[in-house]
Design a binder for this molecule. Structure first.
Ligand code: DAH
Length: 341
């Protein structure tokens, strides 16, 4: 019997050493210590022993039982620790791992420039006005002193809406001037940015759709001096504090006198470079004093009120500012191009 007990003990120790999962331990507990377990069987057979043998075997059996119990507890503890470790490892966070990059977009270069120009004029007290892109020939031409058969209509060939002979896609933002004047509220101090259209072939400097920004100031006693002062400030804000401007005589049907304004090149300061094509100047906008005929047609008394107007191509300003040499880049939305801004 002694031998049997030590066999059970050895077997139990060996089995517990090999146990890999908690459920193995539970099974071994039943197998060795359970009601029908191996140790219990021995204890049940003790009745057949002599009175001298009984205490000795009893003591030994108790020792074996407590050894197995200790070993069970130890094995269980080990396995629980091992499982905990595995779980922790699975849940661990590597704080040195690079984060996920959130791709957020940004403004298109045209939008950057338009917002910039809007901010400059808003800072000077201008309000933003809007007008329709599908316009009547009256607002786009007649009311701006460009009657039918005027050669200026040829330069601004556009898309006509078939169903209505008089409807077209506006060729300039100037019709917004007329719409604002007709509202009858004076004085006026507005800018009107927006899309315009012309029946031009696409190339590096032409597009059938582009953007302009119009400006109009009307009040009593407005002079060419006001025009020059306002636009000189604008040029400094847009291109830098040291920017100079010059005005060249020009002709627009809706202004008299008319001029084109150049700014000293922001890239070379006027010395001549690639950006200004070695001239030292860059062409920025057309402008002039609003023609009395235009004021009268819109219901404003040209004896009392006067004003100035200006208009600029926004693609051109953007291309100059960023040294973009092909207009098409602004419309193609190639991500490799746009990511540079
Ligand atoms: N509308 C003109 C164009 O498209 C630009 C322009 C010139 C607008 C002079 C004006 C102005 O208001 O005064 O070429």
């Amino acid at each position: 019997m002694k031998q049997k007990l030590s066999q059970i003990k050895d077997l139990a120790m060996e089995s517990l050493n090999k146990a890999e999962e908690l459920k193995d331990i539970d099974e071994l507990k039943v197998r060795f210590l359970g009601k029908k377990g191996e140790l219990t069987k021995i204890l049940k057979g003790m009745s057949s022993l002599s009175a001298e043998q009984r205490p000795e075997i009893g003591k030994l059996a108790n020792e074996v039982r407590s050894a197995i119990e200790d070993k069970l507890a130890e094995a269980k503890n080990n396995l629980m620790q091992k499982e905990q470790q595995i779980k922790l490892k699975a849940e661990s966070i590597d704080v040195t791992m690079p984060g996920r990059i959130n791709c957020i977009g940004h403004k298109h270069p045209m939008t950057i420039v338009i917002d910039n120009i809007k901010d400059i004029f808003i800072g000077m007290g201008y309000e933003i006005a809007q007008g329709p892109e599908v316009e009547t020939a009256y607002y786009n031409f007649e009311a701006l002193n460009i009657p039918e058969n005027h050669p200026a209509r040829d330069e601004q060939d556009t898309f006509y809406i078939k169903s209505a002979a008089d409807l077209l896609l506006r060729t300039q933002t100037s019709p917004v001037q007329v719409r604002v004047m007709q509202q009858g509220k004076l004085p006026i101090k507005i800018i009107a940015p927006g899309r315009v259209y012309r029946a031009d072939e696409v190339d590096a400097t032409h597009s059938p759709i582009f953007h302009q920004l119009e400006g109009l100031v009307i009040d009593k006693g407005i002079t060419m001096g006001d025009l020059k002062g306002a636009l000189a400030v604008f040029a400094k804000e847009l291109f830098g504090e040291n920017t100079k401007v010059r005005f060249r005589p020009h002709h627009f049907p809706f202004t008299e006198p008319s001029a084109e304004m150049d700014a000293s090149c922001f890239a070379c300061g006027g010395k001549g470079c690639r950006v200004c094509k070695d001239s030292g100047w860059i062409e920025v906008l057309g402008c002039g004093m609003v023609h009395p005929k235009v004021l009268e047609m819109a219901g404003i008394d040209s004896e009392i009120y006067s004003g100035f107007a200006f208009g600029m191509g926004l693609e051109r300003v953007t291309m100059q500012k960023y040294s973009i040499t092909d207009l098409r880049l602004l419309f193609e939305n190639d991500i490799k191009f746009l990511n540079q801004f």
